[in-house]
Design a protein around this ligand. Structure first.
Ligand code: NAD
Length: 299
């Protein structure tokens, strides 16, 4: 069992750290919010007083922070992880951040004698609590092997995607598919409504036809066909529009930076930005269907 420093004990990091404690690891965690520290102590971990205090003496340091700038600050700050962790420590960043920052952090970590993985997750807050997250990992096979006991205590599926930054690349590419396909399914339901075709009929036909996809059959964005989908509980997230907007912004910025060709990514990003402007940032991202049906989104 490892001595783990855990930095960023929010909606995701809190339950992830609790699962590490449950698996027998010794977890010393830090967050800017006192309530998050108290929750870790209640779960059996110990409270650190700073990033440096969490990193001191840790064999493994996990970060679960909002965005790339927070990760950069926590790792490279004057009293940050690079300055304080023990030589050879394994650093695992589970935050969703831009690929270029992930690659830069991995390079700096290696130059300082650390081993680093980017390991963003899919599965949301419920997956974090249940320990069923999917980890998409970028880094070396040796580091991946070393991280297994920790990642498998927090997730069910752990995949090595490639070298440094590949975990973040997988995350943004997957969510580009998801963000666009949810809008496509939502637009089809809005059109069906205008054409006098019932939502249930479209669902029953498309789930067995070439329009079949996860956004339709597992997460149907209109109430009725899939009882467990957020559409049946006033679009309570789930996966919030604001988080989808964050991920599509990362995807479109990566596409611009790498000169990747694209047709729909920017349109999808703009649509979720509009939903957020309309006050739906906290709603599940499938609220796009209701906004289209009610004429709040699109023409
Ligand atoms: P959150 O805002 O709930 O948690 C982030 C935590 O980081 C906060 O508690 C904050 O106080 C802490 N923090 C910020 N700066 C810090 C610093 N300098 N030192 C210590 N703590 C600091 O966010 P979250 O929902 O837990 O998401 C974390 C990451 O996981 C994000 O990158 C997000 O995109 C990604 N993610 C979230 C979900 C989800 O459903 N919430 C799903 C997949 C991936």
């Amino acid at each position: 069992m490892a001595a783990v420093g855990f930095i960023g004990l929010g909606n995701m990091g809190g339950p992830m750290a609790a699962n590490l404690v449950r698996a027998g690891h010794s977890v010393r965690g830090f967050d800017l919010a006192d309530a998050a520290l108290t929750a870790l102590a209640t779960a059996g971990g110990s409270k650190a007083t700073s990033v440096a205090d969490a990193a001191d003496g840790a064999e493994i340091v996990v970060t679960m922070l909002p965005a790339g700038r927070h990760v950069r600050e926590v790792l490279t700050g004057a009293d940050g992880v690079f300055a304080r962790a023990a030589p050879g420590a394994l650093l695992i960043d589970c935050s969703t951040i831009d690929v270029s920052t992930a690659r830069d952090m991995a390079g700096q970590a290696e130059a300082r004698g650390f081993v680093m993985l980017d390991a963003p997750v899919s599965g949301g807050v419920s997956g974090a609590a249940a320990g069923t997250l999917t980890f998409m990992v970028g880094g070396t096979e040796a580091a991946f092997g070393r991280a297994q006991p920790v990642l498998s205590a927090m997730g069910k599926t752990v995949v090595l995607a490639g070298d440094a930054g590949s975990g973040q690349a997988a995350k943004v590419c997957n969510n580009l598919i998801l963000g666009i396909s949810m809008l496509a399914v939502s637009e089809a339901f809005a059109l069906a409504d205008k054409l006098g075709l019932s939502a249930q009929a479209l669902f029953d036909i498309s789930k067995a036809s070439s329009g079949q996809c996860w956004a339709l059959t597992s997460y149907c964005p209109v109430p009725g066909p899939v009882p467990a989908s957020p559409a049946n509980r006033d679009y309570q997230a789930g996966f919030a529009t604001a988080l989808m907007l964050k991920d599509l912004t990362l995807a479109t910025e990566a596409a611009t930076a790498s000169a990747a060709a694209g047709v729909l990514g920017e349109h999808a990003r703009a649509a979720y930005a509009r939903l957020a402007e309309l006050g739906m940032g906290d709603k599940d991202f499938s609220v796009a269907a209701r906004a289209l049906l009610q004429g709040q989104l699109g023409r």
